[in-house]
Design a protein around this ligand. Sequence first.
Ligand code: P6P
Length: 338
Amino acid sequence: MPQKNTTLGEFIIENQSEFKYSSGELSRLINSIRLAAKVVNHEVNKAGLVDILGAAGDTNIQGEDQQKLDVFANEAFIKTLTNREIVCGIASEEEDDYITIVGRNKKNDNKYVVLIDPLDGSSNIDVNVSVGTIFSIYRRVTEPGTPVTLDDFLQPGRNQVAAGYIIYGTSTMIVYTTGHGVNGFTLNPAIGTYYLSHPNMKFPETGKIYSVNEGNYVHFPQGIKNYIKYCQEEEDDRPYTSRYIGSLVSDFHRNMIKGGIYIYPNTAKDPNGKLRLLYECNPMAFLAEQAGGKASDGITAIMDIQPTTLHQRTPFLCGSIRMVEKAEEFVKEFGSEL
Ligand code: P6P
C-alpha cells in the first residue's frame, strides 16, 4: 500500500513498471495532466472575482480578453498535451472534431490519444459549486507514422489505459487509475504539489445515497421511476438519502467515498441520455470498476458499448455495485423505454 504523503510525481515514478508497453510516455502524459490541472485550478479559483476581473468576453484589468472558463480549460489542456510530444490526437467536448497532433518531428508517431471534458458542470461556477475535468486515455489503434483516424477515438471503454478526473472543490484533487486501482491526490496550493491523500479508493459495496435530477421524474423510463420509489420506501435500510449536486465529478466522488448511485437516464428531452459516452461515462466507468463499483446504461456495461460517434450520449447508472444491480433489476422488469 503506497504511503500517504507520497507526492504524485513520486507515485508515478514508483508505479512506472505498471504501465505496460510504456517507456515513460504514459507517466509523462499523467504529469502533463497534473500541470494543466494546476493552471485551470488557479483560474477556477479566481472565478469569484469575475466582477473585478471581467466576465467572459470582456477585457480584464490587464486588458486581456477574459475567456469563458470552459474555453480556458479546453485550451489549457490541449496546449499542455500538445507540448509534451506524447499524444497523437485529442477529442474534447469543446471541439466539434478531434485534433491531430503531428509532433515536432512531423512523424505522427506519438502513441496515445486523449479524450477530455475540460470543465464538466461549468454552469455551477457562477454559484460557487465544485466542477471537474474528466479525461480518458487510449493507445492509438492506427499505425504510428500514419494519420490519426476516428477509429483511434471510437474505442470501447475496455481499451482505456488510464482515466481520471480533477475535482475543483473545497480542495483540488486528482483521482485516476491506470488499471491498477484508484488513487486520489490532493493539491497543497501553497507549494503547488499533489499529495497521495486517498490511496486505493474503493466504492462501498452498497450505500444509502441516490443521485438523480428528480425534476425530470415524469420523463424517466418506468424502470427508473420504480427504482426511485424503491429508494424512497420505508423498508429495510430505506428510505435512502437524495443528494444531487448537478456536477457529475462531485456526485461520483462523494458516492465513491460514502457509497451511493448516480443516475442520468434517457428522458423525453434526452432520448439517449444527457452524458457523453466517450469523455464522461467511459472514464468514470473505468474508475468505478477499478474501485469495485459498477457502471451501465441500465442493461449493458458502459465499457462494453462500441462507440459510433465522437459525441454520442448514453443513459448512465454508476456507483456501489449492489445499488447498480438493484436498479438494473428494475430496468429489466419494468423497462427502459420512455
Ligand atoms: P441536469 C453537467 O452539465 C452535467 O454534464 C453533469 O456534470 C451533471 O451531473 C449533469 O450534467 C447535470 O444535468 O440536467 O441535472 O442539470
